[in-house]
Design a protein around this ligand. Structure first.
Ligand code: ADP
Ligand code: MG
Length: 622
């Protein structure tokens, strides 16, 4: 084999290895570098608070680290009475000469030592208090930024994402997982820093007290780490599944509460409770398995530590007996070794302990890396906003299907000229709402083209496009807010008089006036306190107020009685004047107001000559 061939082989093997490692890392329990950097970008604005908190923490930790030295002072200097000179000498030997004045004071008597310890404890307590306050501020700020930014990002996902995933599920992913990530950066980072600092300081002091024994203790650290590493991957897998199952519980809960009318009408409360408890049991089992794994990893480290302390006890006691170590050194050494135990357990069980948090962080990252509606990598500034909308809307040979199998629209072509009103009728399930969804840019056609004033919708800024369309959806959604604010939703700056005018045109003003607080009446969740017909008319009033060049009405009168419908048709005719309007409906009075009527049947759009001719007559009379 030639050298070049070997080189190529080697490069290939390395790249395969690297890719495999990369895949393994993303699937199991580590945050990739660039993901960490991504989250770190959220830390930057609050870095000052974080740094302050960390500094205070390190100072308190350093103070805590010197406390066990008091054991040595008590034994060697006070109890065995070797005097302050030897203390100063040993402090010098430990490179802690700067502590000599304090040690002098402390070494004088037991009272002095206790007083000095009290002083140190008060200092540690005060610093700790301030540190916690700063840390909480830091944590809250971080959480606030992450939450807001994730909400902003998720709202820009395509409509299909929201259709596919349930409200409760999305809510769990937007809020619960972020809380966990915040813990990763706020609490866990601090824990790692303190424990690492404590470990380093303690090991350094130990090393000066007795290098040989310190090497034995330090040698155990990798063993702890190794024991823990064995558990990491499994905990991660469990944690990820558990998070998914928890989101599923929330999804079920939200769905049942939203559909409570149905549940009650079918007396299916028991069945729903059973389903809920089944899902909850699943989460419970996963959490239990996760805890068992974590506890096992903790126990393995504790067990190893216990062995380690026996070794220290044995070697240390032997050295004291042979006079190669002072009694005080042994006491201090043992105290440090115990402190290190706690720290080492905390530090080396951490990789397994933080797996649930890393699972959450990866889930948050997944959401952040999903493309918003207008496409990722797509230059936002390249998306067009037309300087003026005339309103010529055209479909040419548009075909569409939701699942790329069963076509919903086939080769649909039509043009609506500015100021024209067309109506589309057809059986339920025929694709009317789908056609409207395409106009609003909720979905893109698989083939064919939709244009507004000659520009393809694909090239337009979708938010701009929608701001130029007033749409009344087939299903009315109202926020749990006042009637007035619901009407004002498309035009938040509208005055009360404008709201009333729109309500009058939608023939809902009288009904609103009869409500307990008129326009200030809260409508309940999804408008629960109103009838369907009232909700529909509020939605129409909303469209009146939006005043956009394109008007789209999806079965806007389906919930109205004939009398109200006929009156609304008059208003709609008024509203549609000068606007490009598409209406879908089965209802004759509404179809009769249109300039042209189409029939949508099995995805094909054909002119409906009968209705169009009838409509001519109607309009001539009107
Ligand atoms: N989000 C969706 N995902 C998959 N299929 C859908 C979706 N929305 C509607 N459909 C299907 O598309 C077809 C047309 O639905 P739709 O446009 O709502 O009809 P219409 O408004 O005429 O009653 C139906 O067969 C329906 O099952
Ligand atoms: Mg429909």
């Amino acid at each position: 084999m030639s050298l070049a061939a070997i080189h190529t082989e080697l490069k290939y093997a390395l790249s395969v290895g690297r890719d495999a490692l990369y895949r393994r890392c993303s699937a199991t329990g580590t945050l990739r570098h660039r993901d960490l950097l991504f989250f770190a970008s959220y830390l930057r604005p609050v870095a000052g608070l974080g740094a302050l908190s960390l500094t205070l923490l390190l100072v308190a930790t350093a103070l805590r680290a010197v406390v066990p030295l008091s054991g040595k002072i008590l034994v060697d200097n006070i109890l065995l009475g070797s005097g302050p000179e030897s203390l100063e000498a040993s402090l010098q030997a430990l490179h802690l000469g700067f502590l000599a004045p304090l040690a002098d004071l402390a070494a004088g008597s037991v009272t002095g030592l206790v007083a000095a310890l009290c002083g140190v404890m008060i200092a540690i307590g005060t610093i700790g208090f301030v540190q916690r306050y700063v840390a909480i501020r830091f944590q809250q700020e971080l959480s606030f930024r992450l939450h807001t930014s994730l909400f902003d990002h998720v709202l820009r996902f395509p409509l299909s994402y929201f259709k596919k995933h349930h409200t409760g599920y999305i809510m769990a992913r937007v809020s619960d997982d972020v809380d966990a990530v915040q813990a990763l950066f706020a609490q866990l980072t601090f824990q790692v820093f303190t424990n690492a600092a404590l470990l380093v300081i303690s090991l350094a002091i130990l090393f000066m007290l007795n290098p040989g024994l310190t090497i034995v203790i330090a040698g155990l650290c990798p063993v702890y780490a190794l024991a823990n590493l064995l558990f990491r991957k499994r905990v991660y897998a469990k944690a990820y599944t558990e998070r998914e199952a928890t989101a599923d519980v929330k999804r079920g809960l939200q769905e049942v509460i939203a559909g409570i009318d149905l549940v009650k009408s079918f007396s299916s409360e028991d069945r729903e409770v059973e389903r809920f408890s089944g899902r909850l049991r699943n989460v419970f089992d996963l959490r239990l398995q996760q805890s068992i794994l974590q506890t096992a990893s903790g126990s393995s480290v504790s067990g190893l530590y216990f062995l380690g302390s026996l070794v220290v006890l044995w070697f240390g006691a032997e050295q004291v007996l042979h006079g190669s170590m002072t009694m005080g050194d042994f006491v201090a050494f043992f105290a440090y070794a115990s402190m290190i135990s706690g720290v080492a357990i905390a530090l080396f069980t951490l990789p397994a302990a933080i797996q649930p948090t890393i699972a959450s962080a990866n889930r948050v990252r997944e959401l952040f890396s999903m493309a918003p509606e207008d496409g990722v990598g797509c230059d936002q500034s390249a998306l067009r906003r037309l300087p003026e909308v005339n309103g010529r809307l055209a479909f040419s040979d548009v075909s569409f299907s939701y699942d790329s199998q069963k076509p919903v629209l086939r080769d649909v072509s039509f043009t609506v000229n500015p100021g024209e009103m067309i109506a589309i009728r057809g059986l339920s399930g025929g694709g009317k709402t789908t056609l409207i969804n395409l106009v609003l840019g909720y979905y893109a056609p698989q083939s064919g083209k939709i244009t507004l004033d000659g520009t393809s919708l694909a090239a337009l800024d979708l938010r701009w496009l929608r701001s130029n369309i007033a749409a009344v959806a087939q299903e009315t959604f109202l926020f749990n807010d006042t009637v007035g604010n619901n009407i004002r939703y498309g035009n938040p700056g509208a005055s009360h008089a404008e709201v009333v005018r729109a309500a009058k045109l939608a023939h809902i003003h009288d009904a609103i006036s009869r409500l307990p607080a008129g326009y200030d009446t809260i409508v309940g969740e999804r408008g629960a306190y109103l009838s369907e017909g009232q909700r529909q008319r509020i939605a129409i009033a909303r469209a009146f107020l939006k005043d956009a060049p394109v008007l789209i009405l999806d079965e806007p009168t389906s919930a109205l009685d004939e009398e109200t419908e006929v009156r609304i048709c008059g208003s709609l005719r008024l509203l549609a004047r000068g606007r490009t309007t598409i209406i879908t409906s089965h209802r004759t009075p509404l179809l009769a107001t249109a300039d042209r009527v189409y029939h949508l049947e099995e995805g094909r759009l054909v002119p409906d000559e009968d209705f169009t001719a009838g409509a001519e007559g109607c309009r001539d009379r009107g």
